[in-house]
Design a protein around this ligand. Structure first.
Ligand code: ZN
Ligand code: FE
Length: 254
């Protein structure tokens, strides 16, 4: 059994504690600051074994060294980005298995936001820690990779089961929903989703994690090959990569 705890950090980051109940092993995903993580660990009486990093940005690795010092934990991250991940101990690459006690994550390489971005998929727990690759109703900006790389990465994530909980690293959903509505203003599943998101945010509640099955239906960035969405952009029959690139360009300006 894998227990998860979502911890808000900075202004709009989410950090996840993952606790394998049988072994007592605990990991934290992408901590930018140590204090809220340590407070939550103490509240639950858990000791930290691992930091799992998805990519090198400061708002994901900022607390690596402090948490290592405070807890004696180790750091896992992408092999190819080892020099950009402070305190890395365990080098991972696509296809690797990461074991947190009996809970096993498959490591997926998902470049685009950065070239060395990875995701952790705990298949048995239906949990995906995807950093800044896939967001609820959105996706990460292309800081280092190309649209083709990001589209391929998103297709990799889209292939996972519908029941997968998407534990992304930012609360960007409301702005993403408003953007998605500029593309498909009368798409019923999106309208319904946008209503739910507005209601949650009005109450100050998180919209994350979301279900991958819902993302597949409503997230425009997972639907660049959908003829209905393509028609909205007057790009029917265009290559999915070109449609994805157009969506990303529009979102960058939104
Ligand atoms: Zn990032
Ligand atoms: Fe980020």
């Amino acid at each position: 059994m894998l227990e998860t705890v979502q911890i808000p950090a900075l202004s709009d980051n989410y950090v996840y504690l993952l606790h394998d109940a049988d072994s007592g092993r605990t990991a934290v995903v992408d901590p930018p600051e140590a204090e809220p993580v340590v407070a939550e660990l103490e509240r639950r009486g858990w000791s930290l074994d691992w930091i799992l990093n998805t990519h090198h940005h400061w708002d994901h690795v900022g607390a690596n060294l402090a948490l290592k010092r405070l807890t004696g934990c180790q750091v896992a991250g992408f092999r190819g980005d080892a020099r950009r991940i402070p305190g890395i101990d365990r080098m991972l690459a696509g296809g690797d298995r990461f074991e947190l006690g009996a809970s096993v994550a498959q490591v997926l390489e998902v470049p685009g936001h950065t070239l060395g971005h990875i995701a952790y998929w705990f298949g048995e727990a239906d949990l995906l820690c995807c950093g800044d690759t896939l967001f609820s109703l959105g996706c990460g900006r292309l800081f280092e990779g190309t649209a083709a790389q990001m589209w391929e990465s998103l297709c990799k994530l889209r292939a996972l089961p519908d029941a997968t909980q998407v534990c992304c690293a930012h609360e960007y959903t409301l702005k993403n929903a408003r953007f998605a509505l500029t593309i498909e203003p009368d798409y019923p599943p999106l309208l319904e989703r946008a209503r739910q998101v507005e209601a949650l945010r009005t109450q100050g509640l998180p919209t994350v994690p979301s279900l991958l099955g819902e993302e597949k239906i409503t997230n425009p960035f997972l639907r660049a090959d959908d003829p209905d969405l393509q028609a909205r952009l007057h790009m029917r029959g265009s290559p999915a990569v070109a449609v994805f690139a157009e969506l990303r360009r529009r979102r960058d300006r939104f």
